[in-house]
Design a protein around this ligand. Structure first.
Ligand code: ATP
Length: 371
């Protein structure tokens, strides 16, 4: 049987803050396969860094277990875990040349100089810094320093690479560039990687899978596509990308669908999501009670006002032409504000502020969640 690269089972961390115990990480379960890049995404304080620090061995879990390739390492010391870390402050040794920074770990491991040289040269080549061996960190740009930090880790051939906001000290343009660089390198080396970020576009563009965390718990684990198109909670829908969350009254419950009343007349039917998968649909939703319709701004079409069933009558609050798109803010008859983002095509109709219009939500990209 192939063993997973990493498994977290019911991993919990409780810190003592004064007299109060704080559950920083709450029963996290996760299986990571060989060669996967998994990002931890969530707002500040949700427990991302603490989870990573437990995998690294800088913190011990209060309960639960961590295994690497089937071997329990929950209580194994940091230096026996064969894990590489890259943090936001690159922590390079300022008094050492680039070569010596990269060679440091191999020397500490007792490897001989003639074994070390080819490894350092090839690691520097991998990160595109082959001509910087004799320079010092202060003579490098922020992006170059971060690449040295990466080379210093890669050269050790760790079984697992942990990265905590590695790009947050770089300027916006370099951050975008380094995202692609890190991802390419990670794929090329086939190295399993956990990557902490609070930047959703970083998580969406880099990850094989995303773990969305909230208040110490895992809210959802899935591919970027699954997380974006099929959020399992209002938190995920709201945190990832832009989402309209429209509260509507349920009028009928089907096997997998809900029908709800559109303010101003008509009704709308869409998939009903079951966040915990176990509760039956008629336990999660009730006729006469509210449910939240989740629809992305790009899944809405704005048309002339009509009485067709399924369309939401609305008034244009603002319409802004941003080149590729028209961004609308629309007021529904229940006072909800809905955002729509319509790709601009030549000759298309643009509705001005105050116009009465109808909204059509793309049924395949809309879903209900319990309110
Ligand atoms: N050593 C510690 N002692 C006490 N509380 C801690 C300690 N480390 C973290 N915490 C608390 O645990 C919670 C989770 O912190 P953590 O750093 O893991 O969050 P995070 O999601 O990485 O946040 P950020 O994005 O701001 O780094 C927070 O409430 C934090 O204050």
């Amino acid at each position: 049987m192939i063993k997973s690269a990493l498994e977290l089972r019911d991993v919990t961390k409780i810190f003592q803050k004064g007299r109060e115990p704080v559950k920083a990480v709450d029963s996290v379960n996760l299986t990571v396969e060989e060669g996967e890049l998994v990002t931890f995404l969530g707002p500040s304080g949700c427990g991302k860094t603490t989870t990573l620090r437990m995998v690294a061995g800088f913190e011990l879990p209060s309960s639960g277990s961590i295994t690497i390739k089937g071997k329990d390492i929950t209580n194994t010391p940091v230096n026996k875990r064969e894990i590489g870390f890259v943090f936001q402050n690159y922590a390079l040794f300022p008094h050492m040349s680039v070569y010596n920074n990269v060679a440091y770990g191999l020397k500490a491991r007792g490897e001989k100089d003639d074994e070390i040289r080819p490894k350092v040269v090839s690691a520097l080549q991998l990160v595109g810094l082959e001509n910087t061996e004799n320079r010092y960190p202060s003579q490098l740009s922020g992006g170059e320093q971060q690449r040295v930090a990466l080379a210093r880790v890669i050269v050790m051939e760790p079984t697992l690479l942990l990265m905590d906001e590695p790009l947050s000290n770089l300027d916006a343009k370099l951050r975008l560039h380094m995202r692609t660089e890190i991802r390419k390198l990670q794929k090329k080396l086939g190295i399993t990687c956990l990557y902490v970020t609070h930047d959703q576009s970083e998580a969406l563009t880099m990850a094989d899978r995303i773990v969305v965390m909230h208040k110490g718990k895992v809210e959802q684990i899935g591919t970027p596509f699954e997380i974006y198109s099929n959020p399992q909670s209002l938190f995920v829908a709201d945190f990832i990308g832009q989402a309209n969350i429209i509260t509507l009254e349920v009028t009928a419950i089907g096997d997998e669908n809900l029908t709800a009343a559109i303010p101003g007349g008509g009704s709308f039917t869409a998939r009903a999501l079951r966040p915990d998968k176990y509760s039956p649909i008629d336990v999660l939703y009730k006729v006469g009670k509210p449910a939240s319709l989740i629809v992305r701004p790009e899944s809405i079409v704005v048309t002339n006002l009509s009485n067709e069933d399924g369309q939401f009558p609305a008034q244009v609050v603002s319409s802004i032409f941003v080149g590729s798109h028209i961004e609308y803010e629309l007021l529904l008859q229940n006072d909800a504000i809905v955002k729509a983002s319509i790709p601009f095509t030549t000759g298309m109709q643009m509705f001005s502020e105050g116009s009465s219009v109808s909204l059509v939500c793309d049924v395949s990209n809309s879903a209900f969640l319990p309110a």
